[in-house]
Design a protein around this ligand. Structure first.
Ligand code: FA5
Length: 341
């Protein structure tokens, strides 16, 4: 099959001269286009005998497959060569240069979260991770909020097609931690939470909380007050008082809202505490026996406290942000005010 061998030779020569994608397209048209070498050769088939047609047909089809493969390999080769040329021309970055001039900064939430982690670690708490997508069971049932409980209305969220949801609070991790470690345990677990909320200066649909839990024999509200007071005193770098007011959460009994004396005015009244002298900071309480039981812990033997600190709100307060939406925004002028040198 002389014609086939000749086309192959012609193609090899043409491909050798290809340097750019445009060259390659020209070669493609010259061989596979409407009047290309291969297309023209195929037109010969109609005048051939049945036997010759069979042999020539197979040969020409094999050649077509081969040519298409060679064009694809050439295309990859050209792309690789282009990337290598670009890499060669890119300015070199020396990652070992000292960072005095760098303009990056940690996000304010990361800074405060790291500070809290350090404080709780120094008090013997482990730091646990959690998922953003959770089962309905972990988010609600496992923390004593059964289906159709009215408390679910306060935490409407975003559901996935498979029935899972974006977790509404870090309490959704409680059950996993109890099952992982059993009692006694001391753990904190910061995380991103999601709620279907009316947005305003203090409500976001995506925000951060930090949950804490201590379970042991003879744990009482005094332990809760001690840890919260110690933590807040260290966060604000000055002695603060805390007070508890009754608060309802199905997963604690009794439940509280914990306020701290305003660290900015010492309790005299200012803009931050809205002249009340106290700042509402953190819902908490003694873990409900049902929650312990569901976590595989015997409530007759162990007790515990839990708290769910509004981390995003604490960040706002610490840096004086008057709108929580800045934290999810992209305004670097605001976010980098907190830059750590
Ligand atoms: C809870 O989420 C409970 N899981 C907390 C808890 C844990 C109570 C353990 C008892 C024991 P609440 O819905 O109040 O509670 O949220 C806790 C904190 O998260 C609030 O005080 C607030 O600071 C913050 N928060 C809640 N919703 C939002 C929101 N939409 N935007 C920003 N922060 C929010």
């Amino acid at each position: 099959m002389k014609e086939i061998d000749e086309i192959q030779k012609l193609f090899n020569t043409a491909l050798d001269k290809v340097d750019t994608n445009d060259d390659l397209n020209e070669v493609r048209t010259a061989f596979l286009g409407k009047t290309g070498h291969l297309t023209n050769a195929m037109k010969l088939l109609k005048d051939m005998t049945a036997e010759a047609k069979k042999e020539f047909g197979v040969g020409i089809n094999n050649l077509k497959t081969k040519i298409l493969d060679m064009i694809e390999s050439k295309k990859s080769e050209l792309e690789l060569a282009k990337i290598n040329r670009e890499l060669k021309n890119m300015p070199r970055v020396d990652l070992t240069v000292p960072c005095d001039e760098c303009t990056g900064s940690l996000h304010p939430v990361t800074i405060i979260q790291d500070r809290l982690i350090q404080i709780f670690r120094s008090m013997g708490f482990t730091v646990e991770d959690g998922c953003e997508i959770e089962t309905e069971y972990n988010n609600f049932e496992a923390v004593n909020v059964p289906k159709n409980h009215p408390a679910r209305d306060m935490q409407d969220t975003f559901y996935l097609d498979n029935g899972e949801l974006l977790k509404t609070h870090t309490s959704a991790i409680q059950n996993k931690i109890m099952r992982k470690y059993g009692a006694p345990l001391k753990a904190i677990f910061p995380g991103r939470c999601f709620r279907n909320e009316e947005l305003d200066a203090s409500h976001e649909n995506t925000f951060f909380q930090m949950e804490g839990m201590m379970i042991d024999k003879n744990v009482s509200i005094s332990n809760l007050i001690y840890f919260m007071k110690t933590m807040l005193t260290q966060v604000f770098g000055k002695e603060v008082d805390v007070r508890l007011r009754p608060g309802f959460f199905p997963f604690v009994e009794p439940g509280f809202e914990l306020d701290c004396s305003c660290p900015y005015c010492g309790g005299k009244g200012c803009r931050v505490c809205k002249n009340g002298g106290w700042i509402e900071l953190c819902p908490c309480g003694m873990i409900h026996p049902n929650v312990l039981r569901m976590g595989g812990i015997d409530p007759d033997e162990y007790q515990g406290f839990a708290f769910g600190l509004g981390l995003s709100r604490l960040v706002m307060m610490t840096y004086g942000f008057n709108d929580i939406r800045y934290l999810n925004g992209k305004d670097l002028k605001i976010l980098s005010q907190t830059r750590l040198k």
